[in-house]
Design a protein around this ligand. Structure first.
Ligand code: CO8
Length: 258
């Protein structure tokens, strides 16, 4: 597959997707979103990929949905197309763990794409925001929901209603990002985390991710029950036996990803 607006590469067991539309600060037009979704799904179905890393460029992870593409759409059109389309939700539905490495602007749809990933590592230049209100609209790809779950109502409400940007330090304090690193080290640091995840047993990492995500969708009781049954299911895998045997025998586990 060849792509125009993203770069796709593999490093060990990490599949790297780099948004690459520099002239528009990686504004997410239909083509970019389609390419990102297709490439992410291909990695998700590849048993040789244990983690997907989504990143952008130094100045911007993505400055939002493409306003120029969106500006003349009518209500009839957006309703008929169900804009945004399912392409946008692809990242949120992947089973392989996904890390976002964010440098520069992650605004509007860009912030929403980062939040669809399982965890965000931010360069200290990162700026997050949902500025849609300044354009006379509201977030449309999960911003009001995922940001609120990540940082709580007070800060989410303030960010969505004022459209102000939040820097990386504030985003980390608020719980939106897992860690902040110097911008110059972002790719290396994000690759370390993605590599560590990719070094685990894939079917176990998939179960782990699913269990954490359930916390956002259900009650505590149901979530704990789901976790326990999923924990039990790891006992049906080769890698659970291997992991415990390796610990007891003081050796490195040799994951078979089954
Ligand atoms: N859409 C289209 N083009 C963009 C976008 C964008 N979101 N952001 C930047 N660009 C373009 C600029 O128009 C400019 O192009 P040109 O050189 O042709 O004029 C180029 O990128 C560089 O941008 P700037 O000159 O503006 O760069 P600055 O460093 O001065 O400013 C900012 C950087 C602050 C990031 C500024 O570009 C900005 O405010 N961008 C818009 C941010 C924004 O409002 N994002 C939200 C968009 S709406 C949204 O995401 C809704 C999501 C809903 C779900 C998805 C539906 C499909």
């Amino acid at each position: 597959m060849t792509y125009e607006l993203i770069q796709v590469e593999t490093q060990d067991r990490v599949g790297v997707l780099t948004l690459n539309r520099p002239d528009a600060l990686n504004a997410l037009n239909a083509q970019l979103v389609r390419e990102l979704g297709e490439a992410a799904q291909a990695f998700d179905q590849d048993p040789e990929i244990g983690c997907i890393l989504v990143t952008g460029m130094e100045k911007a992870f993505a400055a939002g949905a493409d306003i120029k593409e969106m500006k003349d759409k009518t209500y009839e059109q957006v309703f008929a197309e169900d804009f945004i389309t399912d392409d946008w939700e692809v990242l949120a539905k992947l089973r392989t763990p996904v890390v976002a490495a964010v440098s520069g602007f992650a605004l509007g749809g860009g912030c929403e794409v980062a939040m669809m990933c399982d965890l965000i590592i931010a360069g200290d230049s990162a700026k997050f925001g949902q500025p849609e209100i300044k354009l006379g609209t509201i977030p449309g790809a999960g911003g009001t929901q995922r940001l609120t779950r990540a940082v709580g109502k007070a800060k989410a409400m303030e960010l969505c209603l004022t459209g102000r940007m939040m820097d990386a330090e504030e985003a980390e304090r608020a719980g939106l990002v897992a860690k902040v690193v110097p911008a110059a080290d972002l790719q290396t640091e994000a690759m370390k985390t993605a590599g560590a995840i990719a070094g685990m047993s894939l079917p176990i990492a998939q179960r782990c991710k699913e269990a954490v995500n359930i916390a956002f969708e259900t009650t505590l009781n149901e979530g704990v029950r789901f976790e326990r049954r999923t924990f039990h299911s790891t006992f049906a895998t080769h890698d659970r036996s291997e992991g415990m045997d390796a610990f007891v025998n003081k050796r490195k586990p040799d994951w078979q990803h089954r």
